[in-house]
Design a protein around this ligand. Structure first.
Ligand code: FES
Ligand code: FES
Length: 161
């Protein structure tokens, strides 16, 4: 076992991991941050999307050891400091951008990465960006609406880490 330390949602967190421990497993099982979902464990569904050093990453595609020393943001870090929903989360609620909610953490994290890179994306750009995130409820139309509604707003909080 090897000790890893990383900043997670602005707080330094450590734990013991095996070489094969995935970042998704470390976040969920060691740190208890179960908002990061695991749908496939093979890099296809995007449910496990988090940000590592400001970039969108599928956390089942990365070993925890690779994130040693990194700054990680999970869905738990997307709320405002007072516990209210962040801009993108609020837009998902307002536009019914979720059904069962399983894909939602990954969708929100992917959306935040898009809006950081492209604050005013077109609908086509949103749809292209989400190609790596699957919604098994197939609620894509409202997910896209939510992201377009959040676009152009200040999402800097979403990238505080
Ligand atoms: S659980 Fe990581 S992409 Fe599906
Ligand atoms: S809301 Fe159910 S998987 Fe997307």
């Amino acid at each position: 076992m090897t000790k890893v330390t990383m900043s997670v949602n602005g707080t330094e967190r450590s734990g013991e991991v095996e070489g094969r421990t995935l970042l998704s497993a470390f976040l969920r099982d060691t740190l208890g941050l179960t908002g990061t979902h695991v749908g496939c464990d093979t890099g296809q569904c995007g449910a496990c999307t988090v940000h590592v050093d400001g970039k969108s990453v599928k956390s089942c595609n990365m070993f925890a050891l690779e994130a040693d020393g990194a700054s990680v943001t999970t869905i738990e870090g997307m709320a405002n400091d007072d516990g209210s929903l962040g801009v993108i989360q609020q837009a998902f609620q307002d536009h019914h951008g979720l059904q069962c909610g399983f894909c939602t953490p990954g969708m929100v994290m992917a959306a935040a990465a898009l809006l950081k890179e492209n604050p005013k994306p077109s609908e086509a750009e949103v749809r292209a960006w989400l190609s790596g995130n699957l919604c098994r409820c197939t609620g894509y139309h409202n997910i896209v609406k939510a992201i377009l509604a959040a676009s152009g707003q200040d999402v800097s909080k979403e990238f505080a880490a």
